[in-house]
Design a protein around this ligand. Sequence first.
Ligand code: ADP
Ligand code: MG
Length: 335
Amino acid sequence: MAPAEKAESDRPGEFALIEEIFAPLAAGSAGAFALRDDAALYRMEEGCETVLTVDAIVAGIHFLPDDPAESVARKLLRVSLSDLAAKGAVPKGYLLVTAWADDTTFDWIKRFAAGLAGDQKRYGVSLWGGDTVKTPGPLTLSLTAIGEVPIGGMIPRGGARPGDDLYVTGTLGDAALGLEVLKGRLSGLGRDEASWLVQRYREPEPRCSLGPRLRGLAHAALDVSDGLLADLGHICEVSGTGARIEKDKLPLSAAAQMALRQDGELFPLIAGGGDDYEILFAAPPEKGNEIEAAAGEASVRVTKIGRVTGPNEGVTLVDGAGRAIPLKQLGYSHF
Ligand code: ADP
Ligand code: MG
């Protein structure tokens, strides 16, 4: 890494940086005023309300200082888009706070902006504004994403009812396994599997095509960021229900299956590892066909993994024979 003064001097001043690097990302929205005003204007569609979510990431804690800048940008944006998707919202725009560290180079910032530019096209959002500061500490980034739902249409965490089916999108545990790969573990995997898992860790895929289609179908939803069991616990706590999920039904990627075949002790990472950014949702059984159809239209895999149970039944994971697997054994002391 370049010495601090050199890196610092290599970076244009705040205003030049905004004009050169960030204003082009705001070009798609008239209300962003090319980032030349104090605030942005945004007019909601008639009959809609706004859904807001914010996340912050710190170098060395939420991403690795040598992660590619483009990936850091995509992860920053996508974790917030994932929150919007889980709420059934259509993403519209975002605000960005950048706290550059002494050693953040101009090249890094350019690559970071390029990562954002690609994802703006992919997800149909644009930059509406932000703030720029310097920090004596590690590089810190915060992003606020703004989306819309028809009034009353946001899918809450707290709406699950006993008897609802539980579904999850995509596959589980890939990101947690990808982080293991980055830590130099799982050396028995093939190169392709290992790099695919790392990709799943670095660049989650928010299920924006599915989220809005779940409005009116799902009673409750959230995106899995703390791990399936912990996040299922959140739905149950807020909804006042229990849940029972079947170990054999958890959707696994080919790479995760290979890792598990090599080491069965990795299972807790599948059920408990974080960073999946898949949508976990509860829906009544009579909506099953519509959910299948929505998943098909959105081109997102959806798997039924269990059922919502009564308030006193807690969260249980059962094996193929229907026997409860003690969650304490998986390292979940709080269950
Ligand atoms: P203020 O003094 O009102 O905080 P600034 O001078 O910080 O305004 O910002 C000027 C413009 O640049 C505003 O439109 C603001 O939204 C935008 N802006 C500043 N930093 C960023 C950033 N990191 N990303 C996107 N827009 C930014
Ligand atoms: Mg400012």
